[in-house]
Every structure is written in C-alpha cells, then in structure tokens.
Design a protein around this ligand. Structure first.
Ligand code: NAD
Length: 420
C-alpha cells in the first residue's frame, strides 16, 4: 500500500504472522496468566508462594515503517493480553497504513483503554515527556537511545527492538544454489527493508565465484529478466531512503543489478563485490536490496570479522557440515540465529525475538510477548497462625534459634557444579 509491497509478502509477513501471534495468545492466555506456584522451604511449607502476572499499567508502543501492521499489532496483542492500557504510535512514514490503523483500531477497541496517536518526531518527543509504565520501541539504534534517555527520566522500563548489520557466513561446503535462493529471498524480501535481512555475505573467494552465478540464477528465477516489471519485488519507502540506499551502490563493484529509477523508487536486486570493511556500505545498516560479499580466508576469519563489530539482530551460517554451523553459533553473539536459512527463525512464535547490545534489549513473540508486558510480582501469602514457629526469628536472638532458622530455610548444595 505504501511501498509497493507484493501482496504475497504483505499477506505472509503482515497478516499471517500477526494472526499466528493472536491465535497463539488466545490459545494459551488462560494458562499464561495463571499464578505460578513456586518451590517453598520448610519455614513457608504451609503458605502460598506464587508469581502473579500483573499488567504494568499504561504502555507506549512506537512502531517503524517497514512492517507497519505487524510491528504495531504484534506487541499490541501481548500488551492487551497482559491487561495493559496502550497508546500505539504507528510510523508517520507509511501514511496510508497510519491512517488505516488510526481509523480502524478505535472501532474494535475500548476507547478508554486504547488509543492510536499519529505523530511525527516533534509530537513523539512531546509524547515521551509523559510518564508511561512501559515503552516498547521498534526502530533504529539511534532513536532507541533517544527513547531510552526519555524513559530514564521516569525510570520507565523499555523494550528496544533495533536494527544493525546481520552477517551471513557461507562455508565452502554447501549446496550453492540452495544457499543462493535462501540468501536472495531473505535479502530482497520487502526490497531489502527487513531488520533481520542478511546484510552481507562472508565467504571465501572460491565460494564467491560459485555464489555469483547462483545468485544471478536465483534473482532471475524469482523476478524474471527485469525485476522492475516483477509483481514480486517491492520499492523503497520514500525519497530520502531511496537516495540513501542509492548512494551505497558506490561502494565496491557491481557484480549484478545496480539499476535504479528514482520516479518509482526502484533499486534492482544488486550484488556488490570487492569491498573494504571501511566502505560506507559496510558501516551502516543497508535496509535496501543490496547484498555485499566480503571475502574471508576461512570460518575463523569470518567469526573474527563478526565479533569485531556490534552484536547484530541475527547471525546466519550456511554449511553442509553441522560442526561449522555450530562453530559460528557458539563463537558469536546475536539476538537470534538461523543455520542454513534466513529470516525463518522469526516465524516461530515459540522462539524469543529480540536483539542484544546495539541490536536491542528485551524479547517478544508468543509467550515472550505476554511476559514482556507483565510484571512478575513475587508473592507470599502466609497463614495468621503458627506463631510459635515464627518466634524463632524474633529477638532476643540466640545461637540455638539461628541454628533452627538456618536448618529450616537453607538452600542445600547439590551436585558437583562449580563456577570457577
Ligand atoms: P526510526 O528509528 O527512524 O523510527 C521508528 C519510530 O520512531 C517511528 O515511529 C518514528 O516516528 C519514531 N521516531 C523517529 N525519530 C524519533 C525521535 N527523534 N524521537 C522520538 N521518536 C522518533 O526507524 P525506522 O526508519 O522507522 O525503521 C527502520 C529501523 O528500524 C531500522 O534500523 C531497522 O533495523 C529497525 N527495525 C527493527 C526491527 C526489530 O524488530 N528489531 C523491526 C523493524 C525495523
């Protein structure tokens, strides 16, 4: 609607994944919201110890433009399920979706508890001066810092779902054509405007030579000889974004693609080679249909490259050898991980989704969304009687009393696990 998103991609990423989240929540809510009874010691044996899932209160949800329905509604589902009131702020960049959400949601939701605020940067800055009980933000790391600073003034807890550059390591042993299709799909879906898209490929020079024809074949299979005419390929969201992505084409050498059309905000599916880590395209999140390939000698060098940069939202590793995939998993850190594919880990409501370090703070999807919007209140409800047992912890203290209290409340050491 706002960015020429192919209807298949809109249906899959905006509608289906939202419905899945909704159904998962409705199917399990009665169970998730129940008090969780926990272990007790001898002193509290006759009492009730439990975790109560309390709502935070009033929650602010701020969404970006790239999946403007999904990234607003998925957190909204969890916030409502956990019992909160919500102010939802869609992105001002995707005007049609913003208007749709602002008109449609109030028709279905209780106006006393839920409001949609349409706001640009200036109004959002004012909105953030208010005290919220929780802020759920999805967007860029730069704005994430502004949100966290505003939240800190009121000691408001935050979830920050941010972006970054997601590395994709391709080992020398793999089914090259399958890898090319899976990487191209993840990179060019939504015209590359996906926070978990594989941002760049790391592979050996030999693998790059095999990958280039395979990527070219995959792109033609997906979008035909001229992707500009393909109904399966989207456009860049706005003029400013278009110019930013277009400028990134100046890094390295264009191995395929590279065509642009400003009137349509079209950038062809493009693969770049001969890059330096210092090139502009290797310094910022691409957020467009460009795939740079950076060559490395081996998996060791790929891991070193990944670990020398900010921790990404996703790390991808392709190899026919499980041990290579596991090596990348074990020796790197990221919000999520997917071996031998791209994006697909995000489709499971059973997996937590979120970043680490520069890619964010907190997690959601499925039960994790409900937990994110719930305060876990630790509760102990004691009986009024049995005062003789309580007397043991009251003054005047004695060694004998301490011995009994210790025996009744001590957590005993089991097994042989040591921390050092
Ligand atoms: P953005 O940070 O520019 O904007 C996100 C939201 O913040 C919008 O609603 C916008 O109105 C608001 N905003 C912008 N500037 C603000 C300011 N100064 N003060 C207060 N609010 C402000 O991000 P974007 O361009 O809409 O989206 C792209 C970014 O979002 C990318 O970095 C991408 O990786 C990230 N993203 C992350 C996820 C995730 O789940 N982790 C998902 C989608 C997008």
């Amino acid at each position: 609607m706002d960015m020429g998103k192919p209807s298949f991609e809109a249906e899959f990423s905006e509608i289906l994944l939202c419905k899945n989240e909704l159904h998962e929540t409705l199917n399990n809510l009665s169970h998730w919201m129940k008090d969780e009874h926990v272990d007790k010691n001898l002193v509290t044996k006759l009492d009730s110890a439990f975790i109560r899932k309390d709502p935070y209160g009033v929650v602010l949800i701020i969404a970006p433009w790239n999946y403007p329905i999904h990234l607003l509604l998925v957190p909204l589902i969890g916030a409502i399920a956990a019992g909160n009131c919500v102010i939802a702020k869609p992105s001002e960049m995707t005007k049609n979706t913003e208007r749709l959400v602002a008109e449609a949601l109030p028709k279905y939701l209780d106006k006393d508890c839920f409001a949609v605020v349409t706001a640009g940067v200036e109004e959002t800055t004012q909105l953030l001066e208010n005290k919220f009980d929780f802020i759920f933000f999805t967007g860029s790391p730069a704005v994430g810092k502004i949100i966290m600073t505003a939240a800190a003034k009121h000691l408001t807890p935050v979830t920050l779902e941010l972006g970054g550059k997601n590395p994709c390591y391709v080992s020398d042993t793999c089914e090259v054509q399958n890898v090319a299709r899976r990487v191209a799909w993840g990179r060019f879906f939504n015209a590359g405007q996906t926070c978990v898209a594989p941002d760049y490929v790391l592979c050996s020079l030999e693998m790059q030579e095999k990958l280039l024809p395979a990527l070219s074949k995959a792109i033609t299979e997906f979008y035909g000889p001229n992707p500009q005419e393909s109904p399966s390929f989207g456009r860049i969201v706005g003029d400013k974004q278009f110019r930013r992505v277009q400028a990134l084409l100046r890094s390295g050498r264009v191995a395929m693609g590279g065509q642009t059309d400003e009137r349509e905000r079209y950038i062809a599916p493009t693969v770049l080679v001969d890059l330096q880590p210092s090139d502009p395209i290797m310094k910022e999140e691409i957020f467009g249909p460009i795939l740079p390939i950076v060559t490395v000698a081996n998996v060791e060098e790929a891991i070193e490259f990944i670990n020398s940069r900010e921790r990404p939202l996703a790390v991808y590793a392709f190899s026919s050898e499980d041990k290579v995939v596991n090596q990348v998993l074990e020796r790197t850190s990221s919000g999520g991980f997917c071996g031998n594919d791209t994006l697909m880990h995000v489709t499971l409501t059973s997996l937590p989704f979120g970043g680490i370090g520069n890619s964010g703070l907190g997690k959601y999807h499925g039960k994790f969304t409900f937990d994110t919007f719930s305060h876990q209140r630790g509760c102990l409800h004691r009986s009024m009687g049995l005062e003789a047992l309580n007397a043991l912890r009251y003054p005047p203290y004695s060694h004998q009393k301490l011995g009994i209290v210790r025996a009744a409340s001590e957590v005993k050491r089991k097994g042989s696990c040591t921390l050092l």
